[in-house]
Design a protein around this ligand. Structure first.
Ligand SMILES: Cc1cc2nc3c(=O)[nH]c(=O)nc-3n(C[C@H](O)[C@H](O)[C@H](O)COP(=O)(O)O)c2cc1C
Length: 280
């Protein structure tokens, strides 16, 4: 729960922060309740949707764009909320249940998942921008605590910049995707979400990006910066104080064949599983 801002504060707030706040409030005060009403027959309270409406009023009064993907989704949810408030049972447009992959799809998915590796040597071929964009898009579809979407990116593709921020442990890559976090949803609210969600969000985003890069045939390695490098990046790119570089994905066309570092067994990794179907 992120707490509350006055209308005056929201009228002055940076639009990207207001949008994060709106997504968080919609997530906690509309989305959960709406699906519970539609699919579990729960009653909606008298103030259902009111907080989100207040923020949307500010959004509209400030003339901020309504055609952004997340804002459009919020308007759709609010329409469904109105229908549900009237006691009707709306059908979420485009809503879907999870479906198991067919055997060929499962083969492809497992190939992708289990053959992703960390590569630290690359050939000279450049990585096209469209690939970087697909990778970023995959990152941005990761799960995100309170739907805050705190990830922000700096893409390094200029050889001089790549050299300046190189990881001394391996070759200079062709592209470096720096994953930063916008901490305002945690730092500037009176009731912040659990602190650890910040890094979990970035981790989820990074794993999605690593898998997409692998699906495109690129080889990459994930690593973290020293505090000095973090300061250097913030300075070089003029990042505001609420954007913190966290980690990065180095990418290129791999020039090494690596063996999979075999993983531990379940016996060592699973500490407890009471109630396991079939028993031990
Ligand atoms: C958070 C994180 C930080 C990492 N940092 C580095 C690093 O600084 N240098 C490096 O060579 N590899 C780094 N790696 C890659 C790991 O060494 C690698 O994932 C691990 O050895 C397993 O190998 P695999 O990725 O090929 O399965 C990092 C991985 C993660 C998830």
């Amino acid at each position: 729960m992120a707490g509350h801002f006055s209308r005056e504060q929201m009228m002055e707030m940076d639009p990207l922060f207001l949008r994060m706040h709106l997504r968080e409030r919609v997530h906690h005060t509309v989305e959960h309740q709406l699906y519970s009403a539609i699919f579990a027959g729960r009653q909606l309270g008298p103030r259902f949707g009111a907080i989100a409406r207040e923020i949307l009023d500010v959004w509209e009064d400030r003339g901020l764009p309504r055609d952004l993907p997340d804002i459009k989704w919020i308007y759709t949810l609010m329409d469904l909320a109105e229908t549900a408030k009237r006691g009707e049972k709306p059908e979420p447009p485009g809503g879907y249940l999870p479906e198991p992959l067919n055997p060929d799809e499962m083969k492809a998915w497992e190939k992708l998942l289990f053959s992703r590796r960390s590569y630290r040597h690359w050939d000279e071929r450049p990585v096209p921008a469209w690939m970087v964009e697909r990778i970023l898009e995959a990152g941005m579809w990761a799960a995100s605590g309170c739907n805050l979407e705190i990830w922000r990116f700096v893409v390094m593709q200029d050889p001089d910049i790549l050299h300046e921020f190189a990881n001394m442990e391996f070759e200079v890559e062709r592209v470096k995707i720096v994953c930063c976090m916008d901490v305002r949803g945690y730092r500037d609210v009176d009731r912040p979400p659990p602190e650890k969600n910040k890094l979990l969000d970035i981790g989820a985003c990074m794993q999605n990006m690593a898998l997409m890069a692998h699906a495109l045939g690129l080889g990459g390695c994930w690593s973290t910066f020293s505090p000095e490098q973090i300061d250097g990046i913030a300075k070089h790119f003029g990042l505001p104080d609420y954007v913190e570089p966290v980690t990065y994905l180095s990418l290129g066309w791999a020039a090494e064949r690596v063996m999979p570092p075999a993983r531990m067994s379940f016996k060592d990794a699973i500490l407890a599983w009471p109630g396991r179907e079939g028993g031990e």
